[in-house]
Ligand binder design. Structure first.
Ligand code: HEC
Length: 286
């Protein structure tokens, strides 16, 4: 670690408040992802231009790597990268969205490998994204020089930190979106139980139900097919299934025929229990 960073690092380790925000990338997940891409084309780029470039050093020991990532997070703020880059919705003291004009770094690790991140910092004139002049002033990089002994370690740490900044994929829902177009294929021709959830953006109670269905759908996999239908987009299906035109409306269909219908959860205290009880009357006893 450079002396320069050592100095700031002392105050950093002392501060519980800062270390609380040090390890994630705009989320509370502090697990460090270890799989950093191999450095493949680095030598090719180095041969093309005469500037010396050091490869990213990845500590093999997971504990050391975790520490390096935390230092990198801290260095990212120390070097003022936050003037132009956010990291997701992370609270950064003094950072204002209207001055953040570089790309959000929250998912940089999903888009760039370690070597590309390094190149973006060191040689911004070959940065991947446009416009290319932001890291440069009059052709000279504003970034701390990698070969500067004071900054070398810091930049390596920043690269390791940014490499593990990946947006978490939104978990896939098992609830199928049904429209007039795919209705026949998904509902009519299905020979089992189908739940239709008629919902709309403007229907507050509907918005409460959707996440519950997302959550419980996997439990009923192979027994009930969960479907949601947006009511404004699909007036014909509303006409067919929701005679009272009230929402939310939940309809159970079996072999293409309506077997039961409920307008909402009837003020149930425990929504999961509500669905469990309701479904139990249609499902064969286990
Ligand atoms: C003056 C504003 C500014 C500052 C300060 C700044 N950046 Fe950038 N950065 C940008 C802009 C704008 C881009 C996109 C344009 C480009 O790639 O040339 C960018 C691109 C990047 C990229 C490529 C990201 C991508 O998604 O392609 C990385 C990595 C990066 N910056 C890292 C840093 C680091 C690390 C620091 C601090 C040491 C920093 N930047 C400081 C403005 C800035």
């Amino acid at each position: 670690m450079s002396n320069h960073l050592k100095q700031v690092f002392v105050s950093y380790t002392a501060s519980v408040m800062i270390s609380a925000f040090v390890s994630g990338c705009g989320n509370s997940n502090s697990d460090v992802k270890v799989g950093i891409e191999p450095l493949s084309t680095l030598t090719e780029i180095a041969n093309e231009k005469p500037e010396p470039v050091s490869p990213v050093r990845v500590p093999e020991n997971p504990a050391e790597l975790k520490l390096a990532v935390e230092r990198g997070h801290y260095a990212f703020h120390t070097y003022g990268c936050w003037h132009c880059h956010e990291i997701g919705d992370e609270e950064v003291p003094g950072m204002r969205n209207d001055v953040a004009m570089g790309p959000d770094m929250a998912d940089v690790g999903s888009r760039l490998n370690a070597e590309e991140i390094l190149q973006s910092i060191l040689r911004p004139n070959i940065a991947i994204a446009e416009p290319k002049e932001k890291h440069m002033v009059d052709g000279v990089s504003r970034m701390p020089e990698f070969e500067d002994p004071l900054a070398k370690d810091d930049i390596n740490d920043i690269v390791l930190f940014l490499s593990q900044c990946k947006l978490h994929a939104i978990p896939e829902t098992m609830v199928v979106e049904v429209t007039s177009e795919n209705y026949n294929e998904i509902v009519e021709n299905s020979n089992g139980l189908v739940l239709l959830d008629f919902w709309a953006e403007w229907c507050f109670a509907c918005l409460e139900i959707s996440p519950i269905l997302d959550e419980i759908a996997p439990e009923y996999q192979d027994r009930i097919k969960f479907c949601k239908i947006e009511v404004d987009e699909n007036p014909l299906l509303v006409e067919k299934f929701v005679p009272d035109v009230m929402f939310p409306c939940l309809v159970i269909v079996k072999d293409g025929k309506v077997v039961d219908r409920k307008y909402g959860m009837g003020g149930a205290q425990d929504p999961r229990l509500f669905f469990k009880d309701w479904f139990a009357s249609f499902l064969p006893n286990p």
